[in-house]
Design a protein around this ligand. Structure first.
Ligand SMILES: [Mn+2]
Length: 478
């Protein structure tokens, strides 16, 4: 059995991803020391990895590490605990079990974890409860603990321990933490500003996403089902050792008006537009891209008008993604441009600024629903963008003391305006009904010219039509 164990351990090392983001790379050490530097005196932080999630009966979903845990460790093991004190860090890991490893493969070994920079000790997870926990908490003033996280039962157990400790504290010999703070207060502002390593990883993942979207432009033919397109995307993701960062949306025809459409089971028809919202994720870094293209060789003239309106709005909004601006400015820029187009289509009347101001004034009032029915919100009902990073809707706040947070170098956001004309909306000209367009890019914010990290994924009408035409030529030739 010992031989078996050494064999699997060796395999673990060989299988390891060759990326620069292995757990022993300095990126994670730097992040942990940054976290430590912001901890209050005499505090301790517990961060839990994700646990396996049941899909049905004894089958699990593919494991996805908790983003905060991965951010600080680079470790993909389930059921692990990271303990951070202001001066040292240690890990609790699932102990190796050769019997279990026959079924599940090798685990990260305790001895190996101890080689990671700045990890002073790795212990068996079984020591955490009930043995070590009271020792770790005793005489501590502040505990950093995420509540309502992914490992609720752990958090409950810790709270119980604190209660027990405070009962014992009455004897005067010990005391329990008097304050519990969410580690998010330190971690999420850190995660909001991306490093050059994170930028490179985003670019790597966007190259995979680009290949998937290009492959779709080349291979889609009317008569295919939406799920076949989903398979083309996910083939490209998996071929390059990545996963879909979220369930891919492949919405043809009027399905494009359903914002979170994921059934992906309709047969694509010749005159359809197809909206595809899909992004690759690798090493817990998400991408989020939407493209809309014709099922045939070209956009129809009305589809093109709507598409160009969304594209113009998107380009204007991207230009706003500069330091000192904020996400409200980006949204306003996109909305004003869309309203202008809606007026030119004869769908809205009046002038853009009035529409914008009225929608702002009424946002919090009881008239909100009524106004929504007559304003641009009937055709563009979501925000223009969100933070992007280790979570697709990444952490970090958008406001600080009710004021929009100023954009800073190294923030990453999506810019994704859209127009959606319900097939059932009898108040708009018939030719618009059932058209849905969204264009979404991932943008690196910097001083003057924001970088569109996904700029290699075609979005100009002429570029899209060129690839679509070539794909039909390819089909007709033997
Ligand atoms: Mn998005």
């Amino acid at each position: 059995m010992r031989m078996l164990k050494s064999l699997v351990s060796e395999k673990y090392l060989l299988d390891e991803d060759l990326s620069s983001m292995t757990p022993d790379s300095e990126i994670f050490t730097k992040r942990r020391s940054h976290f430590q530097s912001q901890m209050l005196p005499n505090s301790i932080a517990f961060l839990f990895s994700s646990s396996p999630k049941t899909r049905s009966r004894d089958v699990f979903y593919p494991f996805r590490q908790d983003s905060d845990f991965f951010y600080l460790t680079g470790i993909e093991e389930p059921l692990s605990i990271l303990v951070i004190e202001p001066e040292q860090c240690f890990l609790y890991l699932e102990p190796s079990d050769p019997e279990k490893e026959i079924w599940e493969g090798p685990k990260l070994e305790l001895s190996r974890a101890e080689h990671f920079h700045g990890i002073s000790k790795a212990k068996s997870r079984k020591d955490f409860f009930p043995k070590d926990i009271s020792l770790l908490l005793s005489n501590r003033d502040v505990l950093y603990l995420r509540q309502k996280g992914t490992r609720d039962h752990f958090e409950e157990k810790i709270l119980t321990e604190i209660n027990l400790l405070s009962q014992r504290a009455r004897s005067g010999k010990e005391r329990s933490p008097h304050t519990i703070i969410s580690p998010n207060t330190i971690l999420h502002p850190m995660r909001l500003i991306k490093s050059s390593e994170e930028k490179s990883l985003l670019e790597e993942n966007l190259a995979i996403t680009r290949d998937a979207h290009l492959s779709l432009l080349q291979k889609t033919q009317p008569g295919m089902f939406e799920y076949e397109l989903e398979a083309i995307i996910e083939y490209e993701f998996r071929k390059q050792n990545s996963y879909a960062a979220y369930p891919s949306i492949v919405a043809s025809g009027k399905n494009a008006c359903i914002l979170h459409y994921t059934k992906n089971n309709r047969k694509i028809e010749k005159g359809d537009l197809i909206l595809v919202d899909a992004g690759a994720e690798k090493l817990c870094m998400c991408t989020d891209i939407t493209r809309t293209f014709p099922a045939g060789e070209k956009f129809s003239s009305i589809q093109k008008e709507v598409y160009e309106a969304v594209l113009e709005s998107q380009k204007k909004a991207i230009r706003k993604c500069t330091v000192g601006s904020n996400m409200d400015d980006v949204h306003k820029e996109a909305v004003l441009s869309l309203i202008e187009s809606l007026i030119s289509f004869g769908i809205l009347k009046g002038n853009p600024i009035d529409h914008w101001e009225r929608s702002q004034e009424t946002e919090q009032t009881k008239d909100a629903k009524k106004i929504k029915d007559i304003s641009y919100k009937r055709y563009f009902m979501h925000r223009t963008g969100h933070w992007l990073g280790m979570d697709v809707h990444d952490v970090g706040s958008y406001y600080n003391m009710k004021k929009p947070l100023s954009l800073q170098n190294g923030m990453v956001c999506t810019v994704e305006p859209g127009l959606y004309f319900s097939p059932l909306d009898e108040t708009i000209p018939r030719e618009f009904r059932g058209i849905g367009v969204r264009i979404e890019d991932d943008v690196w914010i910097q001083d003057r010219n924001p970088i569109v990290l996904s700029q290699e994924i075609p979005k100009e009408v002429s570029d899209i039509e060129k690839i679509r035409e070539e794909s039909f030529e390819h089909i007709s030739k033997p």
